[in-house]
Design a protein around this ligand. Structure first.
Ligand code: HAM
Length: 419
């Protein structure tokens, strides 16, 4: 137990972390381009925030939250998602008083007691954006454009955007009735989970992956036919905007999303190569959420992208991202007596901004040269021998094998020119 990470968690080791850093850097550039500023909310919140926002009858709140009492007796939950925190922060810091919408993004770990499998973890990372304070359907389209823009910058193109509208509470009420009476007629073919869900949250039945339920829901009434004129107009404009920017999408009338706060537009971006976990990104509009969290009626829209899945998709597609940075110079002590001087030179190189490393094992010169080769450094700096008595070092170019004496005073410039 001491030597294994908890189930559903994993270590991202330095070599893989370089790819994460690259993706995170592209994300930051992308957000900057679209005018989203970073928010860093806490990793835990009061449990009630998620109960109120994500919804009591959702899988997340019912079975997936890491909830505990802190030493002060408060119920605390590790964040399973960050939309709720972003809305809480919007209210806590009176961001509604400034220009709207407030556009924010976040990056970081989320926690859900999910059943772990490839692409599904108990600690996973999300990149998400939220635009709070605008009803304009172009914001819905912008949010989808950010997700697609990011994927295309990373070279991931074979994606599918699934789109639906689940209307507002008013039109959804009529739909709910129609759906309930349809499902009531097909109760015999629904799984037990759906039968339990039906009364509390019948829309979730549309999301069930059981074959028998899918057969029932394939012929169920469709929300798009129940949209009120305002919701229908909104959805039409979102689709028009997406067409206008060449963002291909398909309508998926059974797409309802697993969180309760959505209104109007909902979407998912899938990549079929991921096996069972095809959703890379999910989001939508949440016009009732700010009010639900105790604020004034304020619209909002956003998405979150699973970075673990995004990186898996990048890897599966064969896209090469930068691999671990290799040092420019590898400093080698010719003899044990040169070790301290080698360390001084190494530090000087690093202070000059030259990525460098050294062998710390005090082994033979041969072994050190081998290590220099293995780590992929461009130059090996040999400290010792006659060169040291002349205040110089021998620098070997690791590709050409050429070696030359370089005075210590010129070493950093010499390496910088070769970088
Ligand atoms: P979500 O659909 O629950 O939405 O999660 C978004 C994405 O996070 C998923 O599409 C998936 O890529 C990733 N994800 C979720 N659970 C796991 C897991 N156990 N392991 C690995 N990846 C996972 C939300 O979280 C909403 N807050 C999105 C949103 C933002 N809606 C509006 N604004």
């Amino acid at each position: 137990m001491l030597t294994t990470a908890p189930r559903g968690t994993r270590d991202i080791l330095p070599e893989e972390a370089v790819r994460w850093q690259y993706v995170e850097q592209v994300i930051r550039e992308c957000c900057n381009l679209y005018g989203y500023g970073e928010i860093r909310p806490p990793l835990f919140e009061h449990t009630e925030l998620f109960q109120r926002s994500v919804g009591e009858a959702t899988d997340i709140v019912e079975k997936e939250m890491y909830t505990f009492k802190d030493r002060g007796g408060r119920s605390i939950t590790l964040r399973p998602e960050a939309t709720a925190s972003t809305v809480r922060a919007y209210l806590e810091h009176n961001l509604n008083a400034g220009p709207q919408p407030v556009k924010m993004y976040y990056l970081g770990p989320m926690f859900r007691y999910d059943r772990p499998q490839a692409g599904r973890y108990r600690q996973f990372s999300q990149f998400g954006i939220e635009a709070i304070g605008a009803q304009d359907p172009t914001v819905d389209a912008e949010v989808i454009a950010v997700a697609l823009g990011l994927c295309s910058r990373l070279g991931l193109t074979e994606l599918e955007v699934e789109l639906n509208s689940i209307g507002c509470p008013q039109c959804r009420q009529d739909y709910r009735q129609a759906l309930l009476s349809y499902l009531g007629e097909h109760k015999d073919n629904l799984c037990t989970t759906c039968l339990n869900r039906m009364d509390r949250n019948p829309l979730r039945v549309l999301d069930c992956k059981e074959e028998s339920c899918r057969e029932v829901t394939a012929k169920a009434p469709r929300m798009l036919e129940y949209l009120c004129p305002e919701c229908a107009e909104h959805f039409k404009t979102v689709q028009g905007c997406l067409q206008g920017i060449g963002a291909k999408h398909v309508l998926n009338p059974t797409l309802v999303r697993g969180l309760d706060y959505y209104t109007k537009t909902v979407f998912e971006i899938t990549w079929s190569g991921l096996g069972a976990q095809t959703a890379i990104c999910g989001g939508g509009r949440y016009d009732g959420l700010v009010e639900e969290c105790g604020g004034p009626s304020t619209p909002g829209v956003g998405f979150a992208m699973g970075l673990d899945r995004l990186l898996l998709a990048i890897e599966e597609t064969g896209i090469t991202l930068p691999s671990q940075n290799q040092p420019v110079a590898y400093v080698v002590a010719v003899s044990k007596a040169d070790n301290q001087e080698a360390f001084t030179i190494l530090t000087r190189l690093r202070r000059a901004g030259i990525a460098s490393d050294k062998d710390y094992r005090e082994t033979s010169l041969r072994a050190q040269l081998k290590a220099a080769n293995r780590c992929g450094a461009r130059f090996t700096v040999l400290v010792g021998g006659v060169e040291r008595t002349r205040g110089a070092v021998a620098v070997r170019h690791m590709v050409t094998g050429e070696q030359q004496e370089v005075p210590l005073s010129q070493l950093t410039t010499f390496l910088q020119e070769g970088m």
